[in-house]
Design a protein around this ligand. Structure first.
Ligand code: ADP
Ligand code: MG
Length: 433
């Protein structure tokens, strides 16, 4: 085959001159198999290249971790990128692969209601934005130098709008593995082990998600999780891409509510403490409800207790990631509202149903709900109007709350706000007598 061919425009094209190790960008495939029109990344010359002469840039092009990065949006156009970055928030960014120049990456940063597109420069197996600092891959580039005003990243360039005060960058929750020390295993979750650890002097709990699919789904949800902050929600500190995924959370030294109550029992935990836990959970859930987030797996096992005896809701970000959601046979039947079980209708009101079960668990000091009943029996009995009896020693007012949570019609169940108010009243009453 000769070195001359024709391009789509009919112009004759020459074979591209290159040396081993040079970087080129594929523009298009030409005239059947085996040949590509390509541009030399250094000289800028365009020409033809035999496919056999090409090898994909390992570290850059086929980094499997890249697809795990929430800021990496794959091959989308500039217009689509702008849409993704709506509503505009200064400092919000994403990285996309160029549609017109496959293999080239573009960093898109939202600033002053505009989106600035920075072309990522390839040079000898390294990447750069400003041709001053070079990184071996995109992940390092974004993690080491997240787009911010004081980083070199945005400075050396001539952006459309001067990036003066880019605040908060969403990459902030990508933590550095070097600052993390791992300790003992403190629990076993559905998605992997939970370890105790320390991150920059702070005690943390680290959940290790080894399954890539789950990790990816989790990361997609993390954007929402980083936006929720409440004293009664277990705080997500960040994630690390290592060994699958590390999810770093605040450390809750007294473990989950079920174990807390089972190991201490009636003798050590007064009713007032139970009411305080119940109130904590209701407040955390009220906040989630206000953010239009549905938990789907509210249960005493997912309530964690801090050193100061504050109860916090955990696993709220995993709700939609949870494979249980997709597979009805894996739902936590004894905690799930009838309309959610039957028609997949999850809502804050179905969370309220679960909250009623949680109250029952708390006031029975960690017993499993519907003791002695099979899942099938529970479903059938509930339909016939059966409800659990009050746990031994449970105040009638608290039992009345449970029953209101178990109204068949979701609309008749109280809101978490209402539950909060009732519990506050109950606590006041207890203090007054
Ligand atoms: P999963 O929901 O995947 O089953 P969990 O998040 O419930 O896993 O974690 C399993 C166990 O690990 C919990 O029951 C608890 O004992 C422990 N654990 C989880 N997160 C923390 C944390 N932030 N602090 C202390 N212990 C934790
Ligand atoms: Mg859990």
């Amino acid at each position: 085959m000769s070195g001359v061919s024709r391009t789509a425009t009919g112009m004759p094209a020459r074979e591209l001159a290159f040396r081993k190790g040079d970087m080129v960008t594929i523009i298009e495939a030409v005239e059947g198999k085996g040949w590509y029109r390509a541009r030399h990344n250094e000289t800028g010359q365009e020409g033809l290249l035999a496919a056999s002469a090409l090898r994909e840039r390992g570290a850059i092009r086929v980094d499997p971790k890249l697809s795990l990065m929430p800021w990496f949006h794959g091959k989308i156009s500039g217009v689509e990128a702008v849409q993704e970055l709506q509503p505009p928030e200064d400092g919000m960014f994403l990285v996309r692969e160029s549609v017109r120049h496959p293999g080239d990456y573009v960093l898109c940063v939202s600033f002053g209601k505009e989106v600035i597109h920075y072309r990522v420069v390839h040079e000898e197996n390294t990447l750069s934005i400003d041709s001053q600092q070079y990184f071996s891959n995109l992940i390092d580039m974004i993690e080491v130098r997240p787009p911010s005003p004081d980083s070199e990243l945005c400075r050396g360039m001539a952006p459309l709008v001067a990036p003066a005060n880019l605040p908060l960058c969403p990459a902030g929750w990508l933590l550095n593995l070097q600052h993390l020390t791992l300790g003992d295993r403190i629990g076993q979750g559905e998605f992997g082990d939970v370890l105790q650890g320390e991150y920059m002097g702070q005690k943390v709990a680290v959940k290790n998600v080894k399954c890539d699919v789950t990790a990816q789904a989790f990361l997609a949800e993390t954007a929402a999780m980083t936006k929720v902050r409440h004293k009664n929600l277990v705080c997500l500190l960040g994630v690390i891409l290592h060994n699958g995924l590390y999810i770093v959370m605040e450390f809750m030294s007294k473990g989950n509510l079920v174990n807390f109550l089972r190991t201490r029992g009636r003798a050590l935990v007064p009713t007032q403490q139970l009411l305080l836990f119940a109130l904590d959970v209701a407040q955390g859930m009220d906040y989630l409800e206000s953010k239009k987030l549905v938990h789907r797996d509210l249960a005493a096992r997912n309530i964690l207790i801090s050193e100061e005896n504050v109860a916090k809701v955990s696993d709220f970000g995993l709700a939609r990631v949870n494979p249980k959601g997709a597979d009805a046979t894996l739902l936590p039947v004894k905690w799930t509202a009838p309309e959610a079980l039957k028609h997949n209708k999850f809502s804050s009101k179905s969370d309220v149903w679960s909250y009623g079960i949680l109250l029952w668990e708390a006031f029975s000091f960690g017993r499993a709900p519907y003791p002695k009943l099979s899942l099938k029996e529970v479903t059938e009995l509930l339909e016939q109007g059966y409800r659990m009896d009050p746990p031994e020693g449970c105040p009638p007012t608290v039992y009345a709350l449970m029953r209101s949570c178990w109204e068949l019609e979701p609309g008749k169940r109280p809101s978490f706000k209402k539950l909060t108010e009732k519990l506050q009243k109950e606590l006041k009453h207890l203090r007054d007598v």
